[in-house]
Design a protein around this ligand. Structure first.
Ligand SMILES: O=C(O)CCC(=O)C(=O)O
Length: 303
């Protein structure tokens, strides 16, 4: 399958939609998000309300963390024998991120945060990330509200269907490498969606109509990648986008995707309000943990 897809790597000039959230016509903005989620499963938002200066600080503290000596980074490493995914890691051979120096930790809600996995160095890492989480959750709820309305449901429907959602930040550090090297293998996200910012070095690609398309780097934009859970809740109306990341020959590429996951233990499946005789459920309702286990072990019966 991958080999077949790779025959189509010269990306056409088209790219994912760019949506300006400062547009006073809310209906138009919501319709643009819905269309992009149906056709691409991806779009970028600009003028989204997260201060550019905060995004700059988020990038600085992330960069400063990865510049530390290995022993300091490993101080917040994944726990040995610990089944969870949180913490710093540079060598997980099973990761879809082929070059896999990264740190992962939950950022919201407060009750699910485990500060053991948050860097203590640089010292302002926590303050900056907490402020970012506050802004990012607001943006995420705006997007979920528009997508809920696009399904003919109330604004809160997707958020409530996720049990309020849990937010996990992943910071990826891809050092310079052959630009033919894949930094992150082609995958769709287990999550409901991912909201990603980058340090401006291109590399993210999304797959549509048998082609890989480069995602343009726009200063201060947030890339929205619809994931598996929104596809399942919408009974397939919104697309979970296949994406991958290439490395850059000369520059270090860094990205900050925030994964919007369902609350642990909650069963997630097609929203009952969408199910009709002519639109039967296409996906099985599962807890997120079961879903992750089944997808990772290729045991899913649907999708
Ligand atoms: O780094 C990127 O551009 C994509 C990263 C990604 O897909 C991931 O972390 O799951």
């Amino acid at each position: 399958m991958e080999a077949e897809r790779d025959q189509h790597t010269s990306p056409p000039s088209e790219t994912i939609p760019i949506i300006d959230l400062r547009d006073p016509d809310d209906e138009l903005v919501a319709r643009a998000m819905v269309k992009a989620s149906e056709e691409w499963g991806a779009f970028q938002v600009v003028n989204h309300g997260i201060p550019a200066e905060l995004m700059q600080r988020l990038q600085e503290v992330g960069m400063q963390f990865f510049e530390l000596p290995a022993v300091k980074k490993e101080a917040v490493g994944k726990l040995p024998g610990f089944k969870g995914v949180q913490g710093y890691d540079a060598k997980n051979p099973k990761s879809i991120i082929s070059w896999s120096e990264h740190i992962l930790h939950k950022i919201w809600p407060q009750s699910c945060i485990d500060y053991r996995f948050w860097p203590k160095n640089p010292p302002n890492y926590r303050e900056v990330n907490e402020e970012y989480a506050r802004h990012l959750t607001t943006l995420s709820e705006t997007i979920m509200g528009c997508l809920s309305k696009g399904l003919g449901l109330g604004r809160e429907a997707l958020k409530e269907g996720l049990g309020g959602a849990e937010y996990m930040l992943r910071v990826n550090n891809y050092p310079p490498s052959s630009d033919l090297d894949i930094g992150a293998e082609a995958h769709t996200d287990f999550a409901a969606m991912a909201l990603l910012v980058s340090n401006g070095v291109p590399g993210l690609q999304v797959f549509k109509d048998n082609h890989w398309f480069d995602v343009e780097c726009i200063n201060s934009a947030v890339v929205v990648l619809v994931g598996d859970q929104i596809m399942r809740m919408s009974n397939g109306r919104y697309k979970s986008v296949l994406h991958r990341a290439k490395m850059d020959k000369e520059k270090t590429r860094m990205t900050w995707p925030v994964l919007v996951d369902p609350k642990g233990g909650l069963v997630v499946g097609p929203m009952p309000e969408l199910i009709r005789d002519e639109n039967p459920p296409k996906f099985e309702a599962l807890t997120f943990e079961d879903y992750v286990y089944r997808k990772a072990n290729r045991l899913l019966c649907d999708g």
